[in-house]
Design a protein around this ligand. Structure first.
Ligand code: PLP
Length: 443
């Protein structure tokens, strides 16, 4: 009997014992092609030697030194690496152990920034419905997934949500993409006016929506208008790139493709690629300077911030992405996978949309393609797909159609950047069988 409280205690999980490139091998010797990088984490697969060696070398030198006493070489080098490549204006980094902590940090830095400026009345964050920003209470408060929030609602911060930019479901037939983007971005302005702009701290959004919607990029112009509104009303723009950052969409930062820079940017999963637990919050010079020039201290901290071994692992991951031109590979394999998905599912009666960027792709399942009617959420089609994919030896990341009852079930694909052409075919093959079997099961 297991002594672990698993996230789904009624499910019996296989035991993962080894990794080989993009495959995970269980205790029975069965191989699973990791087409989702777990949850868009394992961008280098599971046995990348130079990263393992870098971690071992750091463990031999110095595993950890508390940041209340010391800085350390790997965290300084990793910060330098990220800031050299970051969107304009981001000048400092705060390293954490994952994505939720990174978002908590961003929220608190944002609040402290205005506190230092004497704008202590600012207290609200605006974020989007159907969003996920982590499971800690602050991150959950800004998240817009009713299912995840329900139990904790009374102990969350009040939330102010606007619509996501979700063209497949929300754009009207008569509306151009640009007009739709403007319309939903302008919901931010309306919410600011409703709350009183000088009570708001910032707007939080995922650059490309991952787990809740399944790889949904914004339409062209949406984020430009969002940035404009943030500047006009003097609020901060916080981009959550925990899932979409670190090359997943084909550029190191997903917002590089939006031609805008946020005031705070969080990243995590692809930063350490699963070799070490690590997240980061990138901070604009203006926020940093205001805090340092004001009270002089950030009222925040965790035991494992700036962890030397985690940073050494992440630095090796990031150097690998660059040395091996893996962003080009993301573009190339992403194009191949998109084409293969379109060929296999493009006319499928139950696949309504195929979308995404780079190796961050999503399929949305529908009962009826013409009306976009989702499957009944009670059928839990996504859970069938996950189960059947695992039977096939494929890891994918399906999500439920329970969010506001407005989205269909979806499958998120986020394979490692090192996958080969034949593995692209293997993904589509196995996914095809898993989807067909699941559709039969729910009918
Ligand atoms: N933000 C986004 C967009 C995520 O997808 C996730 C995790 O899936 C998080 C935040 C939370 O990250 P973590 O699970 O590392 O705390």
């Amino acid at each position: 009997m297991t002594r672990i409280l698993h996230r789904d205690p009624k499910q019996t999980l296989p035991t993962a014992v080894a990794g080989s490139g993009p495959y995970i091998i269980d205790a029975e010797g069965k191989r699973y092609l990791d087409a989702s990088g777990g949850a868009a984490v394992s961008c280098l697969g599971h046995s990348y030697k130079p990263v393992v060696e870098a971690i071992k070398a750091q463990l031999d030198r110095l595993p950890y030194a508390h940041t209340g006493f010391f800085t350390n070489e790997p965290s300084e080098a990793l910060a330098e690496h990220l800031i050299d490549r970051a969107p304009e204006g981001l000048e400092k980094v705060y390293f954490l152990s994952g994505g939720s902590e990174a978002n908590e940090t961003a929220l608190k830095l944002a609040r402290q920034y205005f506190h230092e400026k004497g704008e202590t009345q600012r207290r609200w964050f605006i974020s989007r419905r159907q969003s996920y920003h982590g499971n800690t209470l602050g991150a959950l408060s800004i998240g817009g997934n009713p299912g995840r929030r329900a139990v904790y609602e009374p102990i969350l911060m009040p939330a102010h949500h606007i619509a996501p930019c979700y063209a497949y479901r929300e754009r009207q037939d008569t509306e151009s993409e640009e007009a739709y983007g403007l319309r939903v971005a302008n919901e931010l302005e309306a919410m600011l006016q409703q709350l009183g702009p000088d009570t708001v701290i910032g707007f939080v959004a995922e650059t490309v929506v991952g787990a809740t919607l399944g790889a949904v990029p914004a339409v062209p112009g949406y984020f430009k208008r969002v940035r404009e509104i943030c500047d006009q009303y003097g609020i901060l723009l916080i981009l959550d790139e925990v899932m979409s950052g670190m090359g997943r969409t084909g550029t190191l930062f997903a917002c590089d493709q939006e031609s805008i820079a946020p005031d705070l940017l969080t990243c995590a999963k692809g930063l350490g690629a699963g070799y070490q637990p690590i997240g980061a919050c990138l901070i604009s010079g203006k926020i940093h300077d205001t805090i340092v020039g004001g009270s002089g201290a950030f009222q925040h901290g965790f035991t494992y911030i700036g962890h030397a071994t985690a940073c050494a692992g992440a630095l090796a991951v990031q150097q690998t992405i660059e040395r091996e031109s893996l962003l080009d590979q993301v573009g190339k394999r992403g194009g191949e996978l998109t084409a293969a998905l379109i060929e296999r599912f493009g006319k499928h009666p139950n696949i309504g949309d195929i979308r995404g960027r780079g190796l961050f792709l999503g399929l949305e399942l529908v009962e009826d393609r013409a009306s976009k009617q989702p499957f009944d959420p009670a059928l839990k089609l996504h859970a069938h797909i996950k189960h059947n994919a695992m039977q096939e030896g494929l890891m994918c990341y399906p999500g439920g159609g329970t969010v506001d009852g407005r989205a269909g079930d979806h499958v998120l694909l986020a394979p490692p950047y090192i996958i080969e052409e034949e593995q692209v075919a293997e993904i589509v093959d196995k996914l095809g069988r898993a989807i067909e079997r699941s559709l039969t099961e729910v009918r």
